[in-house]
Write a protein that binds this ligand. Structure first.
Ligand code: GLA
Length: 380
């Protein structure tokens, strides 16, 4: 059933507006967005859809196809952080971050999504972006995409309680079809980098390990904290300001854990600019090599991988992938592999076999195509 019909069935009237906002794959630049570096994500076709109907009072009623039977009730005037069920906070948080002064009335909302939750494909940010773009479109605020991204990040940081960076919200809002987004996470200035693997006989295979991560846990916050402490110890605002050579020359000033975590960050920041050069030169062997290095660094220095992600990456690498790595926050979710089109079937089979042999849950595969960012798809 279409989202519009589901909304009408639930609330008894047709929605005023429907928006869509995509999930993402991060090509390279992992755990860099809170270190001030550049990141290089692109949007995927899987998206979250939000149907909104205006109310005459200040109430919010909220339902989602992913949590059937639950209706969350709230009020734009009395929202406080952590209100509601976990899933509903990503939506209510956006209302809270927008502020009741900007909201003359409440809404009935229905959410539907094809972005698998906890898969490292940024389902949370796509939910936030779908609501932010819907409100911006409904009220004709004309806010800039970076401003909307900041609203979404504030919702997640302060209402949900997850200290994420700003990459996922930005790419969901700013993506262009056929391009990856080179995003400066300090200024939110961005550059669309053409990303068309097909014409080179290549594909970006996503391997969803089906291990569901929970980023609200401490692991993410601890790593972010290590990076921020390392920057502070070096007299910098963020690790972006520190070169790899300078950082390595000051190793003795850090305990091992802090050193390794921050070392991942400074080297990954350098890899992003090398990856952009490789892409611009159509040098996919070099891009693959950088993906491999990124994975090793995330696994051994940042320690956010897991056996399933390592297995997917190693099997892809040994079956002809130009490069492979885990993506997103880690501890589960998805990996990507840059592959020749003709190798896809063999790589998928090899990974599935290896997962079965290790008694892991069966992985899921899809080919990621750089897709468009958040938009209004229906009015009236
Ligand atoms: C999660 C966060 C992002 C980013 C990635 C790691 O997806 O939401 O802000 O830090 O992890 O690169």
């Amino acid at each position: 059933m279409e989202i519009s019909e589901k909304f009408t069935e639930l609330y008894g009237y047709a929605p005023n507006l429907i928006s869509a906002a995509p999930g993402r794959v991060n090509l390279i630049g992992e755990h860099i967005d809170y270190n001030g570096g550049d990141v290089l994500p692109f949007a995927i076709a899987n998206s979250t859809y939000a149907a909104l109907g205006a109310r005459t009072d200040s109430k919010i009623r909220l339902a989602s196809s992913l949590f059937p039977g639950e209706i969350i009730q709230a009020d734009t005037h009395i929202l406080t952080p952590l209100y509601g069920q976990m899933w509903s906070r990503y939506i209510l948080g956006v209302f809270w971050a927008v502020g009741s002064a900007r909201l003359p009335h409440g809404f009935d909302i229905y959410i539907d999504s094809t972005v698998p939750i906890g898969s490292g494909l940024s389902s949370s940010a796509s939910v936030e972006a779908s609501v932010a773009i819907a409100l911006n479109g409904f009220f004709y605020w004309n806010m800039s995409l970076p401003d909307l991204a900041r609203i979404c990040q504030r919702a997640e940081n302060d209402f949900v309680g997850m200290p994420c960076g700003i990459m996922d919200q930005s790419i969901s809002l700013m993506a262009h079809e056929g391009s990856a987004l080179l995003l400066d996470t300090r200024t939110l200035k961005s550059d669309q980098i053409p990303f068309d693997l097909k014409q080179h006989g290549l594909e970006l295979l996503v391997i969803d390990t089906q291990v569901r991560h929970e980023l609200v846990d401490g692991g993410y916050a601890e790593r972010r904290d290590s990076c921020e402490k390392a920057a502070e110890a070096l007299g910098a605002t963020t690790l972006r300001e520190i070169s790899v050579a300078e950082f390595e020359s000051r190793q003795s000033e850090f305990d091992t854990t802090t050193y390794l975590r921050a070392h991942h960050a400074v080297t990954e920041i350098a890899r992003v600019s090398q990856a952009v050069q490789a892409l611009r030169a159509d040098n996919y062997d070099e891009l693959g090599r950088l993906l491999n290095q990124s994975h090793t660094s995330l696994r051994d220095e940042f320690t956010v991988s897991c056996p399933e992600l390592n297995c997917a990456v190693e099997v892809a690498q040994s079956h002809g992938a130009l490069g492979a790595r885990m993506i997103g926050g880690g501890y589960g979710g998805s990996a990507i592999a840059l592959i020749h089109q003709e190798d896809r079937a063999a790589i998928e089979t090899a990974i599935s076999d290896a997962f079965a042999k290790n008694a892991f849950i069966s992985p899921r595969f899809f080919v990621a195509l750089p897709s468009a960012g958040a938009r209004i798809i229906q009015r009236g």
